[in-house]
Design a protein around this ligand. Structure first.
Ligand code: NAD
Length: 503
């Protein structure tokens, strides 16, 4: 069945459609419905019914079905990777890496949900010693997921997998640049989990469809995209007090300290900056290298970058920019950097949608290439006195998604990592935290708030529920009008004894 005919989960065919095209060739990948507010609401209503069934399955029932889903994906890695390659433009091998990471997260979320979220007894404390106290994390019902196009499988599944494992149904609105991948994921769900097919549905369309999802009465909205759109999503969600998760952009820095393995740092910086054509929210966009290692680092990076060949074929190091408009942003940043006195040490050219791997030196901190998210295969390298200055400059940016530290001193590197104002930091590597399912993923400041992945990622899609159960009566019940007048004085004496000694 051609993708053009796919229904995308929202039932009756929408009147309007839109096309998704291959960045490499401009060929049409699929034609998809523009789902309007009524379609979106209908999908959310169906999801609400499915959510009840899904929640009733319990942790074990959900775990077996999530296993069937990941088995389905794992058996079709090449099919999905081919679609990602066509629609997003990244090389097939990078798409396989993305899908593999996703499958690993699906496994972790499903197998850890009970331990993290299931009912547990907690200490009732002194005042409620005659009660049992229970804590559990309950699903929210329907979670709306609005996704970007740069990692069209891994990024939205960071919310979808954890929301499903926590017992929610999901309505997913993929980016208008990657609707075929989103639709494939939902169709795979229906095939792998036929008894609860509406627990994961897709609605397709442009920004308006996303806006409709914000107003459709979901229990939570997980948004991944730009800060500008994130603000609009929050404003819409405010009207109904719908909680939101914001995974926004980054301007991640790498710090290369005096004692770093310069060759390893250069290799990681080039991969962190250039892979996926630099369209990685946690990609390295700036490097601060200390005086001692700066020259050697720049030499290593420029050497490595010269060996990279971007292009549209499968053997290319990275593909074309997924969105044509993003090349304008890259050009603007390059022009601004050069106008401000920056030097291009490598690359600097844009041909069609293919941006050459670009290294910029001596770019002032006030330039757009250092301040704003570029989202292209570019890297600024700045000489700093020492790692403290590097950290100061890293932390001066309003974004705070992730970053990296290179140093041979374990203690020093860990200290720098802790003080980096970001949600995630890798020491002596880049992006590694994203491949550790137990670690939470998310940012601070302009990079958003809330966490996917790990225990925090499971709890993100739940509400904490507190229950106490009286086990036996006691002679004096403090929460009763029948309590004797002297009880309050006795209580004051106990508080004085237990806590009053602290000064
Ligand atoms: P975008 O903000 O343009 O779009 C994101 C999604 O929002 C799309 O699905 C779009 O259709 C939808 N949308 C647009 N207007 C809307 C509205 N008014 N209401 C609701 N939804 C609306 O972002 P993009 O260009 O697709 O994605 C790139 C950005 O995403 C980059 O800034 C990147 O850093 C960021 N990103 C962040 C993470 C993370 O985890 N922090 C991961 C990947 C990408």
């Amino acid at each position: 069945m051609p993708l053009a005919e796919q229904r995308g989960g929202a039932g009756s065919p929408a009147a309007e459609t839109f096309e998704s095209t291959a960045p490499a060739t401009g060929a049409v990948v699929g034609v998809f419905p523009v789902h309007g507010p009524d379609d979106v609401r209908a999908a959310v209503d169906r999801a609400r019914a499915a959510a009840a069934t899904w929640a009733d399955l319990g942790f074990d029932g959900r775990r077996t079905r999530l296993a069937a889903y990941r088995g389905h994906l794992a058996r079709r890695v090449h099919e999905l990777a081919d679609l990602v390659h066509r629609e997003n433009g990244k090389p097939h091998a990078d798409a396989i890496l993305e899908i593999t990471l996703t499958v690993d997260h699906l496994a972790w979320a499903a197998t850890h949900a009970r331990k993290v979220l299931g009912p547990r007894r907690v200490s009732p404390g002194l005042l409620a010693a005659n009660h049992a106290a229970w804590l559990e994390y309950q699903p929210l019902g329907v979670v709306g997921v609005i996704g970007p196009w740069n990692y069209p499988v891994f990024t939205p599944m960071g919310s979808i997998a954890y929301a499903l494992a926590a017992g929610n149904a999901v309505v997913f609105k993929p980016s208008e640049h990657t609707p075929a991948v989103g639709t494939w994921l939902a169709d795979a769900w229906r095939a792998a989990v036929p008894d609860v097919p509406d627990a994961l549905q897709v609605v397709t369309g442009l920004g308006e469809t996303g806006a409709a999802l914000c107003r459709a009465g979901v229990g939570k909205l997980a948004f991944t995209g730009s800060a500008a759109t994130g603000r609009r999503v929050m404003a819409a969600a405010a009207a109904t007090l719908t909680p939101v998760l914001m995974e926004l952009g980054g301007k991640d820095a790498m710090i290369v300290d005096d004692d770093a393995d310069v060759a390893a740092a250069a290799d990681a910086a080039v991969w962190g900056a250039m892979s996926n054509a630099g369209q990685t929210c946690i990609g390295i966009e700036r490097v601060y290298a200390t005086e001692r290692v700066y020259d050697a680092f720049v030499a290593e990076v420029t050497e490595k970058v010269r060996g990279l060949r971007p292009g549209t074929d499968d053997a290319a190091a990275y593909g074309p920019m997924t969105m044509a408009a993003q090349t304008d942003v890259v050009r603007r940043h390059l022009d601004d950097a050069v106008a401000a006195g920056g030097r291009i040490a490598a690359g600097g050219t844009v041909e069609g949608r293919v941006v050459a791997p670009t290294v910029l030196l001596d770019v002032p901190e006030t330039s757009a290439a250092v301040r704003e998210e570029t989202f292209g295969p570019t890297l600024t390298i700045t000489r700093v006195r020492d790692a403290e200055e590097a950290l100061e400059r890293t932390n001066a940016n309003p974004h705070g998604l992730a970053g990296a530290v290179f140093s041979r001193s374990r203690a020093r590197a860990m200290d720098l990592a802790r003080r980096m104002r970001s949600g995630m930091t890798s020491v002596n590597s880049v992006l590694t935290f994203a491949s550790v399912p137990a670690l939470p993923f998310g940012g601070v400041g302009e990079s958003g708030f809330g966490r996917i992945h790990g225990e925090d990622g499971l709890r993100e899609f739940t509400r904490a529920k507190a229950i106490t159960r009286r086990r036996f009566g006691i002679p004096v019940d403090l929460m009763s009008f029948a309590r004797p007048a002297a009880a309050a004085d006795a209580l004051a004496r106990v508080v004085g004894l237990v806590h009053g000694r602290h000064r």
